[in-house]
Design a protein around this ligand. Sequence first.
Ligand SMILES: [Zn+2]
Length: 127
Amino acid sequence: MPPRPEADRIRGPRAGGVDFSAVGPVRTCIGCRSRVPASQLLRFVAVKAGDDLRLEPDPGRRLPGRGAHLHLDPACFAQAERRRAFGRALRLTGVADTGLLAEHIRAAVPRGTTDDDASELRHDPAR
Ligand SMILES: [Zn+2]
């Protein structure tokens, strides 16, 4: 193994023998709460829009500020929204507009897995 400094390698007592060090940093999806390599998640940040806050997707991981992570999956988005995980993860004091983020996730999900053409997020207990 070549010596390779990795400042943000996570080595907590809860790692439980799963070694993610080969794939980079691990982040938690705020929807389903699973810990997966950050590369599998969408990063997003809260951006001030006038008096309001807006959640902005950051696929390039370049936006400054505190970010949170979510699967590109409407189910995870819905879960996060239901338990108000956005505000908690980003330490927001008010309510943030999630429209942009919802749009991004919707656009990223491949079509054809459902015959439902309506693009509204729905509750889907079957998942
Ligand atoms: Zn998830």
